[in-house]
Design a protein around this ligand. Structure first.
Ligand code: GCB
Length: 615
């Protein structure tokens, strides 16, 4: 949440400069949220959904925001305040405007919005009764990309970044009776945004995730972390952070299924440290995705959710899950609905796609290229899939721009804050295919430090680009590798880089003593298009790429995981080839309708063999 850009820059940059760097092997405990970040686990709280039909005014010239000279109109033409005089509202009317569903992208709700990029004003009315002993918050799961929020005509604040949650406290702004909530959402692309103006995915705009009105007691449980002690078996550690006037309250934490509880008094900062040993805890893993019902109570407040407990570490070239080396059999996913177009936003969307991943024999998914919705992460945890979680530092963003850095770090903080209690999240990725430069190295080193500082318990990775040492040797020597815990690398041998058989002669090497995850490889194929294995866009060609690739991957001795590109065909404005692409990136193993292409089975069988061989 930010009220002005300059404020958030100050907060974040100040944090970066003042904080020591940490490493993933560092066993220090995770730090609580800065006050600018939203509360966690909103599903486990007392909330009223504001989802459903919202009135929507499509405003490509931002008439509700700027006057005819292009100046910001501080009277808030579209903010839907009580009319001040008769001349108000001559040229717009929410009451008779069309509607859009929330959550949901606008592009797939009305044909005329399919390619729309710009501003839409959303309005939703709700009734409220103020209570003396309660606080009220508006919580947005995500709005792509730039959101300004107004309640009863008053600006609450602004949030930039399309894939992370934000909240505004409205305890003193909300009124008894009818309230008018207006949100200006602008998905215009900019070269100094994160992501930048060029991406290989659809720029779905709107209130793409749920909106909630959350009530809490005056002092409430804002944030917490609970995790397995890094060295001691059967010990849970963590902390609970209270927010409000009575910070020195007692906090109790119950692990319901093991019948164990603990009660600790919070300190003057509202922080209670948790430690409990001697617990018979089964560790979460893809084979046994065991979760425990956890209740946290303090004063009038209580939250609950299911949490899995596990350990993830990197040792030399191995990734260890609960102390044992694991090979990550993965697949990449975009956040799109499994059938038809549009952004995914609920558990059903998540479960359908993750079931396809399970059918492929996966134990891992790379959630590209931005933080996916909370329902996706929770479904992955329930279903036993480890997650590579990522922020949209993608391609050529402005690495020498301090505001861009602040934006990227804020999105990283918001992601880590929301998901740090998820056992399935195995690593944070800070970048995808970023070109080598000094500015980029400095930017990403800072971001890696920030990830380690915000969450010392998880490894940090990035999807690097391929560099050839000679015609037959790929060497992962990107200087960023020195700062990552896990090396990620995207390569397209057989598609952008030579013919499929080129993979047969390629050797991989690296000076780093670190595990490698091949975070992308793939080839385009239109479902139902058949031909010889050397005919591009056929299912046979794609399957051939997967055959040669998997044979090559078997020869990389420091390979510890793979996530081919990609589970399902996805919308992309960069994919222009008529009759084959038609604005779809066709590298999916299933079509946009869920039909399996031939390569699906190639990968499925290879993963079955790897699983059988225990590697
Ligand atoms: C990549 C990008 C991914 C693209 C993919 C492609 O390397 O990371 O976002 O969609 O290639 O299909 O070209």
């Amino acid at each position: 949440m930010l009220r002005t850009t300059s404020m958030i820059v100050f907060v974040l940059i100040g944090g970066v400069i003042a904080s020591p760097s940490a490493s993933a092997q560092n066993k220090a405990s995770m730090s609580p949220l800065p006050d600018t970040l939203p509360m966690i686990n909103v599903d486990g709280r007392h909330a009223v959904s504001l989802d459903g039909e919202w009135r929507a005014i499509i405003d490509p010239y931002e008439t509700g925001y700027q006057d005819y000279r292009g100046n910001i109109d501080h009277d808030g033409f579209f903010r839907d305040a009580t009319p001040k005089d008769k001349s108000d509202r001559i040229e717009y009317a929410f009451d008779t405007a069309g509607t859009l569903n929330v959550p949901g992208d606008w592009n797939t709700q009305r044909p005329e919005l399919f390619y729309y990029e710009g501003t839409i004003w959303y309005r939703r009315k709700f009734d409220y009764t103020r209570k003396v002993d309660k606080r009220a918050f508006l919580y947005f799961g995500a709005a792509n990309y730039d959101a300004r929020v107004y309640l009863n005509g008053e600006e609450l604040g602004r949030h930039v970044g399309g894939f992370t949650p934000f909240q505004f406290e409205i305890t003193n702004t909300v009124k008894d009776g009818e309230n008018s909530l207006v949100v200006k959402v602008d998905n215009s692309r900019h070269s100094d945004a994160v992501p930048m103006n060029v991406t290989d995915w659809w720029n779905y705009g709107g209130l793409t995730r749920s909106v909630l009105l959350i009530e809490t007691p005056m002092t409430f449980i804002r944030d917490y972390a609970l995790y397995l002690h890094p060295d001691r078996d059967g010990a849970i550690e963590g902390w609970v952070q209270l927010d409000g006037p009575d910070r020195r309250q007692v906090v109790s934490v119950h692990l319901v299924d093991v019948g164990s509880g603990m009660a600790i008094k919070a300190n003057m900062f509202g922080r209670a440290k948790i430690h409990r040993g001697g617990l018979a805890i089964q560790r979460w893993s893809p084979e046994n995705p065991r979760q425990y019902q956890v209740w946290i109570r303090s004063g009038e407040d209580s939250v609950e959710e299911k949490i899995g407990f596990r350990r993830i570490e990197v040792k030399g070239r191995d990734i260890l899950l609960n102390g044992k080396p694991i090979f990550l059999r993965g697949i990449c996913l975009h956040e799109e609905r499994p059938a038809g177009d549009g952004r995914a936003f609920n558990a059903e969307h998540a479960e359908t796609q993750l079931a396809w991943a399970k059918e492929l024999n996966c134990n891992f998914v790379r959630l590209a290229h931005y933080p996916h919705n909370d329902a996706m992460i929770r479904a992955a945890e329930r279903m036993g899939l480890l997650v590579w979680a990522e922020i949209p530092v993608y391609w050529g963003i402005e690495f020498d721009n301090e505001d861009v850095y602040a934006n990227a770090e804020r999105q990283l903080s918001e992601t880590i804050a929301r998901d740090r209690n998820r056992a399935c999240v195995a690593m944070w990725s800070v970048a995808n295919e970023t070109p080598l430069s000094d500015a980029r190295l400095a930017f990403l080193r800072r971001l890696i430090d920030a990830a380690h500082r915000l969450d010392p318990s998880r490894p940090v990775t990035a999807a690097l680009e391929v560099h050839y040492r000679d015609a037959n040797t790929i060497e992962i020597n990107d200087p960023l590798g020195a700062y990552l815990d896990i090396l990620g690398c995207n390569e397209y041998i057989g598609w952008y880089d030579g013919a499929p058989a080129k993979a047969d002669g390629i050797t991989w090497t690296t000076p780093y003593n670190k595990p490698l995850v091949i975070s992308e490889f793939g080839a385009g194929a239109k479902f139902g298009r058949h031909g010889d294995a050397d005919a591009r866009w056929t299912e046979e060609y794609q399957a051939d790429v997967f055959l040669h690739q998997t044979q090559m991957l078997d020869r990389i001795d420091f390979l510890r995981g793979v996530s081919p590109w990609i589970l399902k065909d996805f919308r992309s404005p960069r994919r222009l080839l008529p009759e084959i692409q038609d604005n779809w990136n066709r590298k999916g193993l299933v079509s946009e309708k869920g039909e399996r292409k031939k390569a699906f089975n190639v990968l499925k069988e290879w993963y079955a063999e790897r699983r059988k061989a225990g590697k």
